[in-house]
Design a protein around this ligand. Structure first.
Ligand code: GLN
Length: 231
């Protein structure tokens, strides 16, 4: 029993919003969560002599779950920004991202972010995309639970554009079910993803950064990157 307890204690409790392919998602008939973040956090945990135990938590519930100490870390395509740094600590950046838009294929009026005035936009609740959209003048914003909900609303004609992270939009557009929509080249911002942990947990922060550095040095990070993003 002592052994079991030690094993239990060494688990790294991870929160992720499993709705963000290719970073975190679940395929029909697949038990384990998949994606770049999932492979990365499993490798980080292993490097720390631990094991990742991943919980699916809606994006806007992730920071509250961390603050309630229900999880030890968040990895969920989460952008490092000052607002969040007031509540959590972040690891070193592990992925460079940014925001783009998806519109209907026949859309002719929206070619860039500056064309959004007077239009309806959807974004995932609690994200940087939703925040940016709400700051735009004359734009009506629907904050929905998942990017999939946003894309559905776009196809149904309820909104004219979806603001979401570029790699997720690109992945979605390349899927077979993504008919009738296209992604635009215009990029709104450059954003870095980080692994979040409790603000006062500098020990865990240092361990995670050391593990990330090790994975960069030993080529494991590159392997995971190649697997999900190709060359
Ligand atoms: N990168 C965006 C953010 O941090 C979106 C993340 C997500 O939806 N998983 O707000």
């Amino acid at each position: 029993a002592g052994g079991d307890q030690a094993k239990q204690a060494s688990k790294l409790r991870v929160g992720a919003s499993i709705d963000f392919a290719p970073f975190e998602f679940q395929d029909e008939g697949q038990k384990d969560y998949q994606g770049f973040d999932m492979d990365l956090i499993r490798a980080v945990a292993k490097e720390m002599g631990s094991e990742a135990e991943i919980q699916n938590i809606g994006f806007d519930g992730l920071i509250p779950a961390l603050q309630a100490k229900n999880i030890d870390v968040i990895i969920s395509g989460m952008t490092i920004n000052d607002e969040r740094k007031e509540k959590v600590a972040f690891s070193d950046p592990y992925y460079q991202s940014g925001l783009t838009m998806v519109v209907r294929s026949d859309e002719e009026n929206i070619k860039s972010f500056s064309d959004l005035k007077g239009h309806k936009v959807a974004a995932q609740i609690g994200t940087t995309g939703a925040k940016m959209a709400k700051e735009m003048e004359g734009v009506t914003v629907s904050e929905l639970n998942t990017p999939a909900d946003c894309f559905m609303e776009l196809k149904a004609g309820g909104v004219d554009a979806v603001i979401n992270d570029r790699p997720v939009n690109d992945y979605y557009i390349n899927q077979s079910q993504a008919t009738g929509v296209k992604t635009l080249a215009d990029r709104l911002s450059a954003e870095d993803y980080g692994i979040a942990m409790a603000k006062d947990n500098t020990e865990l922060q240092q361990k995670i950064n050391a593990a990330l550095k090790k994975l960069h040095d030993n080529g494991e990070y590159d392997k995971i990157y190649q697997k999900w993003f190709g060359a």
